[in-house]
Ligand binder design. Structure first.
Ligand code: ATP
Ligand code: MG
Length: 430
């Protein structure tokens, strides 16, 4: 092993045995997004560094210390995307998609942050991002919650996550709050850690987001942003809550929830779990109306969320009986010259007639015994067996490989069309 080049720390391979779980979750996620009429957008993994600095904010963990930034050969500063909101909005502005229009979009892919790797925290990780544009009311905020709620239900992890919500009000309300927050923390500087002392000057709200347990008391005594909200922000939050109440979606109001990024306003939310240690936030988001102007667009509305797929999968993995797809349904064994030729032809016939069937053809020769071993190892439900005898009789032998299906336990010999019918009945979706 010593001479092998290893993967980059914090960046993981998804091995073939893990891929079915990913695909299972990804399929459900796509189906739920489809059910709400959302469209996919794909943007580059690399963007100009400036985009992230301007959108995420200079005084954030991401921009201060987590970005993978490099100069390309022209000397331009580029960054591997640490999140998808900035790129998605950049693309929509660039292509004029936002003028008096509404959009419901999603993207899925790897994000990059130079953090200390640990369980649930990686340097390359996958996010599902959902962004909506042009809608002002709390109904779209609530729709996003319903989407996530439905995803948890479909994935079977609804009882493992809980929803926390808060309102950050408008920028003006926040700046009034900010003043009293600074006054409060300045009176308690002896209880602040180094990071928080620095943030006191730059981004005091972020102190509320601290993960340092020693600061729990001082943060607990701080003034509450909710008390500084004006009429319209209160109405927005009440409208949002009413929809969740009507539909029976439980939540807790967490007045300390501020989110790491600067661009949020009004609604913010997080789905958290107690099952993944300190990496407990699986999904987070909120309203960020201000960002569109900040990136040079005409004032409009935006709400979105990002879901950490590895953390979601870690929860799904705790379930028993996750119905992941089998990579191979049938394994075709062929022994003898005639059988080898017929085998490939029959496999192609089956693939044409039953496109859903996952059929692997044994390659590389070998005895029946050794091919059966491979068939068994493939995980297939059925072996399709061809020897020269079968070929001369125009027959195809089919043998179930998994116990449990008593009625099908016997080997049967079928003609080509019967074999097609056999697999179509089992695997061909209507
Ligand atoms: P955290 O507080 O855990 O650092 P964050 O506030 O930085 O999260 P966001 O930028 O809101 O996270 O990203 C949304 C989601 O993406 C997170 O809730 C989490 O599930 C996931 N996520 C963020 N950073 C990582 C990472 N380094 N590794 C794995 N998942 C991550
Ligand atoms: Mg983070």
């Amino acid at each position: 092993m010593a001479n092998h080049i290893q993967a980059i720390r914090g960046m993981h391979d998804v091995l073939p045995e893990q891929a079915p779980l990913w695909q299972y979750a990804e399929t459900i996620i796509r189906e739920v997004l489809g059910a709400y009429g959302y469209s996919e957008i794909r943007t580059p993994i690399v963007e100009k560094t400036e985009l992230f600095k301007r959108s995420i904010g200079e005084v954030t963990d991401i921009v201060e210390k987590e970005m993978y930034t490099f100069d390309d050969r022209n000397g331009d500063s580029l960054t591997l995307r640490p999140e998808g909101t900035a790129g998605c909005l950049r693309a929509c502005l660039e292509h004029g998609l936002l003028a008096n229009q509404t959009h419901r979009l999603w993207y899925y892919g790897p994000m990059y942050r130079h953090e200390r790797p640990q369980k649930g925290r990686y340097r390359q990780f996958f996010q599902l991002g959902v962004e909506t544009y042009g809608m002002a009311g709390p109904d779209i905020d609530a729709e996003l919650i319903l989407i996530m709620h439905r995803m948890w239900q479909r994935l079977g992890i609804r009882d493992k996550v809980r929803l926390e919500i808060n309102s950050l009000g408008t920028i003006a309300e926040r700046s009034a709050y900010r003043e009293s927050l600074v006054t409060y923390f300045k009176a308690h500087t002896d209880q602040l850690d180094a990071d928080s002392l620095r943030r006191l000057e730059t981004n005091p709200l972020r102190i509320l987001d601290t993960k340092n347990p020693d600061m729990k008391a001082v943060v607990g005594g701080a003034p509450v942003l909710m008390d500084y909200l004006g009429e319209s922000s209160r109405a927005h939050f009440a409208g949002f809550r009413k929809i969740l109440d009507d539909l029976g979606v439980a939540y807790e109001i967490n007045v300390r929830l501020v989110r790491g990024l600067d661009y949020y306003c009004n609604t913010v939310f997080e789905w958290v779990t107690d099952e993944l240690g300190s990496q407990g936030t699986v999904c987070a988001g909120g309203r960020y109306d201000g960002l569109i102007e900040q990136l040079g667009g005409k004032a409009s509305h935006a709400v979105g969320f990002a879901m950490g797929i590895e953390r979601v999968l870690a929860l799904v993995e705790t379930l028993t009986d996750v119905p992941v797809a089998r990579p191979v349904d049938a394994y075709l064994i062929r022994v003898g010259e005639q059988a080898e030729r017929a085998g490939i032809r029959i496999a192609e016939l089956l693939r044409s007639e039953v496109p859903q069937l996952k059929l692997q053809v044994h390659c590389g020769g070998g005895s029946f015994k050794s091919q059966f071993k491979k068939a068994d190892k493939s995980g297939a439900e059925f072996a399709i067996i061809l020897g020269d005898d079968e070929v001369s009789r125009g027959e195809i032998a089919i043998k179930p490989l998994r116990s449990g299906n008593e009625a099908e336990s016997a080997q049967s010999s079928l003609g080509e069309q019967q074999a097609v019918a056999f697999f179509r009945q089992r695997y061909g979706k209507v």
